[in-house]
Design a protein around this ligand. Structure first.
Ligand code: F6R
Length: 366
C-alpha cells in the first residue's frame, strides 16, 4: 500500500505531480487557459461583491491560507484576513453578510475549523470550503467549495494536501479576479499556463531528492533551525519549519527574512542552521542581503535558489536548485525540497515519520 516507498510521507511527496493533475483536471482549459471552478461560477455574485474574505484553518492549512491571502489580495483586490480557527471562534469576531469565509481543511473534520464554519454561517456569511476528504463534515457544512482531489493523505505530516490547497487557491484567485476585472489578461494567462505545466515542474523539482538526502545527513546534529522567506515564500518558510518540527522533533522557526534583525538574529551561531528561500522574485535582492547578514554572524546557510543563480550561491554553504515558474506559484515548488529535507532528517534520526509522537491525523477535539 506504500507503493514500494518506505513511508507514506515519501510516497505522498512523490505523488505530487499526479495529485496536481487531479487537482486541476477539468478546471483549466488547456487550449484557452481559462479557469473554471463550479463552486465559484454558481455563486459568482457573492465573490464579485465580497467585501472581505476570511480564511480560517489550522496548522498546515493555515500556512496555505497565508499564501491564499497573498494570491487573493493581489489578483482579486479583495481584502483578506487569515485566522487560526481556534482563535477566531472564541473572539466574538466581526462577520458580515457580504464576507466570504473560506474554511481550509485536508480532513474536513478539524473541530475548531468546523466550529468556525458554523459560527460564520450563523452570522450570515457565505462559507466556501477547500477540503480534501469528500463528504467530510466541513465539506457538508459549507455553502460551496472546491475539493483539492489529492487522494487519501495517510502520513500525519501534510504534504500533497498543502500543494493541492495552494493550487486550488491560485485557481480560485484567477477565477474570481477575472470576474472582478482585477487581473490583466497577460497575468491570468501566465499563471494559468504555469498551473497547467505544474505537474512537469513538480517532476522536475523532485529530482533534488538525492541531494537533499545528503544534506540532511549533514544536519541531523542540529537542535534548532531557522527558515526564512519573504512575500509568497514567507508562509513556505513557516510550513518548512513545521514539517521539520513535527517529524524530526527538532525545534525550528520560520520568519519573514527581514524580521531577523528585530531579534531572532541574536540566535545565530555556527550551531543554528538557516534554510533561506531565495528564488527570483521582487524581493530577491533584499533576501540576498538578509542572507549576508546571517553569514556575517557565522550562521550556516542552506539556500533554495533558482537554477543558474550566482549571487546567493556565493554566500550560501549549501544550495538546493529548483525550477522557476510564476512567482505566485513558487511556494508549491519550493515546498517540495523542504518536505524532503524534513523527511530525510527525521529518517536519519530514526523517528517514526508517518506517525510522529503526540500527533493525530485529524484533530477532532479542540
Ligand atoms: C501538519 C498537519 C496539521 C494539519 C492541521 C489541520 O503537517 O498535518 O498541522 O494541517 O491539523 O488539519 P486539517 O487540514 O485536516 O484541518
Amino acid at each position: 500500500e506504500k507503493g514500494g516507498y518506505p513511508h507514506f510521507m515519501l510516497k505522498e511527496i512523490y505523488e505530487q505531480p499526479r495529485t496536481i493533475v487531479d487537482c486541476i483536471r477539468g478546471r483549466i482549459n488547456p487550449d484557452t487557459c481559462e479557469v473554471k471552478l463550479s463552486g465559484v461560477i454558481d455563486h459568482r455574485d457573492r465573490f464579485v461583491n465580497a467585501r472581505r474574505i476570511i480564511f480560517v484553518a489550522c496548522g498546515t492549512s493555515w500556512h496555505a491560507s497565508l499564501i491564499g491571502e497573498h494570491l487573493v489580495e493581489s489578483i482579486c483586490r479583495i481584502p483578506v484576513e487569515v485566522e487560526y480557527a481556534s482563535e477566531f471562534r472564541y473572539r466574538n469576531p466581526i462577520i458580515r453578510e457580504d464576507d466570504i469565509v473560506v474554511a481550509v481543511s485536508q480532513s474536513g473534520e478539524t473541530a475548531d475549523t468546523l466550529a468556525a464554519v458554523e459560527l460564520a454561517r450563523k452570522a450570515g456569511a457565505f462559507v466556501f470550503g477547500i477540503c480534501n476528504v469528500v463528504g467530510s463534515s466541513i465539506a457538508r457544512a459549507t455553502d460551496s467549495g472546491a475539493y483539492i482531489h489529492v487522494g487519501p493523505e495517510i502520513g500525519v505530516a501534510s504534504t500533497k494536501a498543502f500543494t493541492g490547497q495552494v493550487t486550488v487557491m491560485a485557481m480560485l484567485a484567477l477565477a474570481v479576479g477575472r470576474e472582478r476585472g482585477t487581473v490583466t489578461e497577460a497575468y491570468y494567462n501566465e499563471v494559468s499556463a504555469a498551473l497547467l505545466h505544474l505537474p512537469e515542474t513538480m517532476e522536475e523539482v523532485l529530482k533534488v531528492a538525492p541531494q537533499v538526502a545528503d544534506l540532511a545527513k549533514i544536519f541531523t546534529y542540529a537542535h534548532n533551525f531557522i527558515y526564512l522567506g519573504r512575500g509568497y515564500n514567507y508562509p513556505t518558510a513557516l510550513e518548512g519549519a513545521l514539517k521539520l518540527k513535527e517529524i524530526s522533533y527538532i525545534h525550528a522557526e520560520g520568519y519573514p527574512a527581514a524580521e531577523m534583525k528585530h531579534g531572532p538574529i541574536a540566535l545565530i551561531d555556527a550551531e543554528m542552521p538557516t534554510v533561506a528561500i531565495a528564488t527570483p522574485d521582487h524581493t530577491y535582492e533584499k533576501t540576498a542581503s538578509n542572507i549576508e547578514e546571517i553569514k556575517a554572524r557565522g550562521g550556516k546557510i542552506i539556500a533554495v535558489i533558482a537554477r543558474g543563480d550566482e549571487q546567493v550561491r556565493r554566500s550560501a554553504d549549501f544550495v538546493i536548485e529548483v525550477p522557476v515558474i510564476a512567482e505566485c506559484l513558487m511556494p508549491i515548488v519550493v515546498s517540495v525540497p523542504l518536505q524532503l529535507l524534513a523527511y530525510y532528517i527525521a529518517v536519519y534520526k530514526g523517528r517514526n515519520v508517518d506517525q510522529p509522537r503526540n500527533l493525530a491525523k485529524s484533530v477532532t477535539v479542540e
